[in-house]
Design a protein around this ligand. Structure first.
Ligand SMILES: NC(=O)c1ccc[n+]([C@@H]2O[C@H](COP(=O)([O-])OP(=O)(O)OC[C@H]3O[C@@H](n4cnc5c(N)ncnc54)[C@H](OP(=O)(O)O)[C@@H]3O)[C@@H](O)[C@H]2O)c1
Length: 315
């Protein structure tokens, strides 16, 4: 495993992180086995949130991380009433502090390594978060030592061109941001990553496989072609060759779609890439991508040429 600097936190984080959004409720034993396999492989950064699996992600992680105090945990407070793109902002400083205290209890820790405002959907609600006491509450938790570093994550379904992060990063208010980078949503490479470098903000990548499901996402050729079909339907890509060709992704061989997807992200100047996996076997597959220089210039250029114009997250 290789380690990269998480911006101004100066923490050294594994370039492959672990996204703990799925699996804790469904199969806690397998979730714990996957976390342990990740730690065994050198993963030292895990992303979770109060809302993942109704709190089970944090709860089962707390169990899995007994005796692994050196593993860094990032969790989140969601200041909205749902995870939908059009959710209503309901953040309050009291709720933020109560949420962080709950996270500490469920994770069985005396501090959170990183606390993020979860899924900031718009510049308007970011401004509310900064001015209604929520941001001050984060600073207070940091002063008290209950939180080491603070940040926000975006919601790319609502903000595919990263307006929120383009506002938040230069403000200097945050140590870390969580953002979407994948080869079907490349916009952050030009718009956010240079700002993060300039302001020394740590970058945690989410959805590296385009938030895959069984039928769409960067997990197989049919699922990736389905994403392209949806982009065509939304008018984000033209309904013509090569986008309509079944061999569109052949140039990525010998890599599988998920391996090429992770290699694309790891080739960027990001701190860590948090892929979601629900089994140790899946994790082993993803470890193949940790292989600098990750993806050659010709394949990187072709991905940019084909998909660089996409400005919306479509799952
Ligand atoms: N706004 C936010 O703050 C936000 C939003 C979304 C995500 N996140 C974070 O980012 C993490 C990653 O995002 P994500 O889980 O939504 O999306 P993702 O990592 O792009 O996709 C995860 C899916 O890809 C599948 N997968 C992973 N490796 C694979 C492989 N080698 N072959 C085939 N399938 C593979 C997984 O399947 P299995 O589950 O079957 O293993 C899982 O269903 C989350 O866990 C969460 O921590 C944050």
């Amino acid at each position: 495993m290789r380690y990269r600097r998480l911006g101004r936190t100066n923490l050294q984080v594994s370039e492959l992180g672990y996204g703990a959004a799925r699996g804790a409720s469904e199969n806690p034993q397998q979730f714990i086995a996957t976390v342990h396999a990740a730690i065994e492989a050198g993963v030292n950064f895990i992303d979770t949130a109060t809302g993942y699996d109704g709190g089970d992600s944090e709860r089962v992680l707390g169990q899995a991380l007994q005796g692994h105090d050196d593993v860094l945990v990032e969790t989140k407070y969601c200041p909205y009433d749902s995870y939908l793109p059009d959710a209503t902002y309901v953040g309050t400083p009291q709720a933020l502090i109560a949420s962080a205290e709950e996270s500490l209890r469920r994770l069985r820790r005396d501090h959170l390594d990183v606390l993020l405002g979860h899924g900031m959907r718009s510049v308007e609600t970011l401004d509310r978060f900064m001015n209604d006491g929520c941001y001050e509450a984060m600073l207070k938790l940091r002063e008290q030592g209950k939180v080491r570093y603070i940040g926000i994550s975006e919601l790319s379904e609502a903000d595919g061109t990263h307006q929120v992060l383009q506002r938040a990063v230069p403000s200097g208010a945050f140590d870390v941001v969580m953002l979407t980078v994948n080869f079907l949503l490349q916009t952050a490479v030009e718009t956010v990553l240079p700002l993060c470098r300039q302001h020394d903000v740590g970058t945690v990548v989410m959805m590296p496989l385009n938030q895959a499901s069984k039928t769409s996402g960067l997990v197989s050729v049919p699922a990736a072609l389905e994403c392209v079909r949806r982009h065509i339907a939304y008018g984000n890509l033209p309904a013509e060759s090569p986008y309509t060709d079944p061999d569109l992704f052949d140039f990525l061989q010998p890599y599988s779609i998920p391996e090429a997807g992770l290699r694309y992200v790891l080739a960027q100047d990001v701190s860590t890439c948090c892929a979601g996996v629900r089994s140790p076997e899946r994790l082993q597959e993803n470890l193949r991508a940790i292989d600098p220089p990750y993806l050659d210039a010709a394949r990187m250029a072709r991905l940019q040429e084909l998909f660089g114009r996409i400005q919306w997250q479509v799952r």
